[in-house]
Write a protein that binds this ligand. Structure first.
Ligand code: LLP
Length: 436
């Protein structure tokens, strides 16, 4: 933690979230004021954190032909996408819905790449019509279908094949993607065959190779291993006469949730580029698809304590945010730091399980946390910029939270709190005539 003369303490991993005279601020705006204005639960994002994170990647790539495609599944809110579009980022999309969002946010179509194991024909058509930069294809059947769709569209689809390098990213099993047993990519041993097949299809233009080994990776070694495996294949594929103009190394770099120490993006890329140069591939265009590391520690979720209750085994701190807003603890037993917005306290610190109102025991946000809180206090769930709002749901008919983007001393609402009317809009009771 860094302490400045004005009694400001930046939180670990979140230099733009700081405690000033006991109160939590995001950049130049106090969270308590935002909660008063917009209610809770409320996601608040630091624009500067996102731009700094992007700048770290760009420093690492200085002097190279490289494109950062923000993996928008991490946080696909329009106001967040707009920040990255304005900064000249490309986008990594995985659905027709993400394509529409990226375009609505002002993305340049040629900087969009389309990943994912299960693209439908309408999604392929929409992406071709938009003129996206590349499809990351994950199976031989997908190559055939994309070829067919492209020919019918009168276009050639640019493709890169996602290969599965079979390396262990040493992360949670649900977010490991580059192991043999995972559904992702084409096996290393089938890759050359798939490239030969792709190169022979008239509706496809082979432009690159792609891999993505997992998420929340906190070491450089798995990336270096994956790079060796990918470059072995590049050598073999080019020896077969198929030139690969770009290499896409996916995303996956972790963030500090709880003292994690992932390499900095620029350091990681300096190491990777040195390997790339050493193997004679330094001239290729590079694409990367970071998600979490561009937004994860930009965001916090502010929530109000509804009740505290002593239990036989645990004390519970029941808050108004829940697993539908912050699904990562329930899904991956993920750890998010939780802090009181006002550090003043009440002189009665206790250990609590911080839980939401959803009717499941899995609805917890943090376990066994020391907090000095009472009903009505505000808590901030930290590192909530990635895979929180984008994975939120309406479970228990809870409305999705509001979102605010902060830049300096200014704050802008980028998502209104959902209403029950919003939720009911697309539903109806069955028309009696349907059952006659
Ligand atoms: N590219 C592809 C093909 C991906 O599947 C992913 C993430 C990314 C890029 C971005 O990875 P990142 O840089 O964000 O690690 N919901 C989970 C994470 C799922 C990641 C899915 N794929 C979580 O909350 O931890």
């Amino acid at each position: 933690m860094t302490k400045s003369p004005s009694d400001t303490t930046a939180l670990p991993g979140q230099p733009h979230v700081a405690r000033r005279d006991g109160q939590l601020w995001v950049e130049g705006v106090p969270l308590a004021a935002l909660a008063r204005e917009h209610g809770t639960p409320l996601f608040v994002y630091s624009k500067q954190w996102m731009l700094d994170a992007l700048a770290a990647y760009r420093r690492g790539f200085a002097g190279r032909d490289a494109l950062v495609c923000y993996a928008m599944k991490a946080n696909s809110s329009l106001g967040i996408l707009h920040v990255f579009a304005q900064a000249g980022c490309g986008f990594d999309i995985v659905s027709g819905g993400e394509l529409a969002r990226a375009l609505a946010a002002g993305a340049e179509p040629s900087k969009i790449i389309f990943s994912g194991v299960g693209k439908s024909r309408p999604e392929m058509r929409a992406a071709l019509a938009a003129g996206i930069g590349c499809f990351n294809v994950e199976s031989e059947e997908e190559l055939d279908v994309l070829n067919e769709v492209a020919l019918a569209h009168g276009a050639r689809a640019k493709v890169s094949i996602r290969i599965n390098p079979d390396v262990d990213p040493k992360t949670h099993p649900y977010i490991s993607t580059g192991l043999k047993g995972n559904k992702f990519g084409i096996a290393h041993s089938r890759a050359l065959h798939a490239y030969r097949h792709a190169a022979a299809l008239p509706g496809l233009e082979v432009t690159g190779i792609d891999c993505h080994i997992g998420s929340q990776i906190t070491e450089a070694a798995p990336y270096l291993d994956a790079m060796e495996r990918v470059l072995d294949l590049v050598t073999a594929i080019e020896a077969a006469g198929i030139r690969l103009a770009h290499i896409d190394f996916g995303g996956g770099l972790g963030i500090d949730y709880n003292g994690d120490t992932p390499p900095a993006a620029d350091d990681l890329w300096r190491q990777l580029l040195a390997r790339l140069d050493a193997r004679g591939f330094g001239d290729r265009k590079l694409i990367i698809e970071p998600g979490r590391s561009l937004v994860g520690n930009a965001g916090v979720c502010v929530t109000e304590v509804l009740f505290t209750k002593p239990g036989e085994e645990h004390n519970f701190c029941i808050v108004d945010a829940a697993m539908n807003d912050l699904p990562r603890p329930a899904m991956y037993q993920a750890f998010h730091r939780i802090e009181a917005v006002d550090a003043g306290g009440h002189g009665a610190p206790r250990r609590y399980d911080v839980v939401g109102p959803v009717c499941e025991s899995g609805d917890w946000l943090g376990r066994d946390r020391e907090l000095d809180v009472r009903a009505g206090d505000l808590l901030a769930v930290l590192s909530a910029g990635a895979y929180c709002m984008s994975m939120s749901s309406n479970y228990n008919t809870r409305n999705r939270a509001a979102e605010v983007l902060v830049s300096g001393e200014r704050a802008a609402l980028i998502r209104q709190r959902e209403t029950v009317q919003d939720q009911l809009r697309s539903e109806s009771v069955a028309d009696p005539s349907a059952f006659r």
